[in-house]
Design a protein around this ligand. Sequence first.
Ligand code: PNS
Length: 160
Amino acid sequence: MDNRLALYPGSFNPFTFGHLDIVERASRIFDRVEVTVADNTSKVSFFSSEERCRLIQECTEHLSNVSVVPFKGLLVDHARSSGADVLVRGLRQVSDFDFEFRMAFANRRLNPDVETVFLMTTEEHALISASIVREIHHWKGDVSSFVPEPVLKALKTKQS
Ligand code: PNS
């Protein structure tokens, strides 16, 4: 298929070096990659959807085939309306697999035409998670090795 669009969905709250690593890998494989930023009502939001989108745009400025789009609702519906037939998810470790496996099957049942593709992060970023970043930041720890510069700056403005 020409001009294949892959979605890289997630909460990205906040966007980490691990996420950036996956976007960079996906952008080398697919013609176009959309970072699909979920306005996820079931999760405690740290950055607003608008803030997350703006930060991811800044962090991915060097990738010409990457766009950033907010979304609400079912991912497969968004995939259908945007013309994407691939969902990219990052895998860090075996413990990610259970949730990812269930989500991929649910998405496949909802829309069999959309394929989930898993990409592995580099070992260096295998232990980074957004929740760990939020926890360290909460206790005023140094997260500079976990998140790109724009996110680091934005986190500093949130420091209470
Ligand atoms: O970064 P996350 O929080 O692991 O991302 C999860 C996300 C946002 C991709 C997932 O919760 C999602 O797709 N939410 C939208 C609702 C949906 O379509 N769920 C899939 C069926 S389980």
